[in-house]
Design a protein around this ligand. Sequence first.
Ligand code: PRX
Length: 654
Amino acid sequence: MTDELIESILNESRSFAPSKKFIKQANLNKEEAERLKEEASRNHIEYWAKLAKDELDWFLPFKNILDESKAPNYEWFNDGEINASFNSLDVNASNNPEKTAIIFEAEDGKSERITYKELLSRTSQFANGLKKLGVVQMDRVVIYMPMCPEAVIAMQACARIGAIHSVVFGGFSSNALKDRIEDAEAKIVITADGAYRSGNIVPLKQATDEAVAQSSHEVKNVVVFKRTGEKVEFNQERDIWWADLISGCDSHCDPEPLNAEHPLFILYTSGSTGKPKGIQHSTAGYILHAKTTFSWIFDIKKDDVFWCTADVGWITGHTYVAYGPLLAGATILIYEGAPTFPDVGRFWKICEKHAVTIFYTAPTAIRALMKHGDEIPQSYDLSELRLLGTVGEPINPEAWMWYHNIIGKERCPIVDTWWQTETGGAMISPLPGVTNTKPGSCTMPMPGIDVDIVDESGESVEAPNQGGYLVIKKPWPSMLRTIWGDNQRYIETYWDKFDGRYYVAGDSAYKDTDGCHWIMGRIDDVLNVSGHRLGTMEVESALVSNEKVAEAAVVGKPHDVKGESIFAFVVTKGNRPTGEDAKKMQQGLREWVNEQVGAIAKPDEIRFSDNLPKTRSGKIMRRLLRAIAREEAITQDISTLEDESIIKQLQGKE
Ligand code: PRX
């Protein structure tokens, strides 16, 4: 038996029950959770209909629940009318106007509190500003902003008037922004004069100018929020300052009654081709799952301060910053800057300063902070914390235990939430007052979510500890509706594998003897770098777009902080560079990828060779490259290689 296997068996059997104190006060207890699961399995449709009636405010109640006539383009509640911003802001501003909705912590340590009443009026005013620019229902608005309240206001304002937002993470390059503006055919881009990050200024406006200038689609206006006060280029015809736009605008704006299926947003994510996919979500189904999973998984109470560290540029920042918590009337914390600025204690300092009670972050952040030792978090008062969460990638048991012992002081349950951009909200996660947790397992599906693990022929894998495809067997309200502008790709990517029977998540997983789920990783050519999804093809196409590159193959390699790192094998057009030339070229190509995609896509390692290893049919032998990058023994048949000496080059031995 290998050490790895022994370790995994030990982890599976190590489980942590919530404390009596936690169980007593939990939003969902065992009986309620079982009742919900039982209702969902008895009548899946009625289960969702009841939740949608109880949890959401409708302008026009729905009669249709699930419409399968265009499957796999499922529709939910499609004769009802609703508004996401109304459900987030008006409902809570009327119930509890003075409650803090957002605590904003700027990178320089200044902070601001915004009540529900204020958030409603600021959102409404900005929504009126967008209307003044001629934004109407179905228009696409790209948001390329720092992590600040205005980013949430911009999203909520779009939702209010029925415009479709597409948030682009501020760490993406101008080129990546341009691709997304073109694909979404955005009418407006909302940006800022800059973003603070690690004490530096990220020039968002400059990147926007470049993107808009290069875009084949014409952007009508660029709205610029003044965050840094840096001098920026200003195109008088096209650009308008946020403050000037809202000046004179009324702070009341009626929310548009929208069809339940009205697209709320498009969010681009990586797939197995070079072109990111615009994942399209609906209104009612999405907010329903966002609200209920938020309340159940994070056990939210009226005095909680919830901090999800994700940027609004990712799905986690959509569902558990901009929508879920506001729909539930919670107080959220938004932090603008880097976790390590001005030092590695910043996260814990913020938890202490704002008395954070629920903290949700990515394993990569936990691993990065864990490296700096226990003394740093121990020097802050973390006694208000009562619940911890992770998302985005599998958490290794060592990091889980550190999170549990050093941050949670053995008192806070950890919710390891498995989900995806496509699923809209958490799908597999512990319920903190119910589920025994295990380090490294996301445990059990949420009520109403029909998860299974199937083999190549689509049959359920019954035996424990046997890996298979992770699939969702029944449609659920917050599922993606399509890929923007490419429904065929939607069908091929998620449904074709098992003839439309199940949604195929793209992950492999297994269940242990207790029925707990363990995610093993992606089954496609998608990497997970620091909890962010990245297509190997995306990095490859960035590399080959460089004039000096003939061919490139990118593989993932395990990394102790990032989870996975990017390893690129490159064939150049001229002679293979060696020595100093190779070093220079490596640096140049890393910078090139940074410009093409963004810093997250920069290869950690680049190795040059005269050729790439291919099969007789011309396919790159990726498994071989993966083994080489990981310095594993080569077990593949390499007899078909024209030139076996290439192996030495690929191994960096020549
Ligand atoms: O591979 C899974 C991994 O992240 C992928 C989804 O990436 P993205 O759409 O960017 O959304 C991330 C945030 C929801 C999944 O297919 N993943 C996500 N959460 C977990 C995870 N892997 C293991 N455990 C998790 N908790």
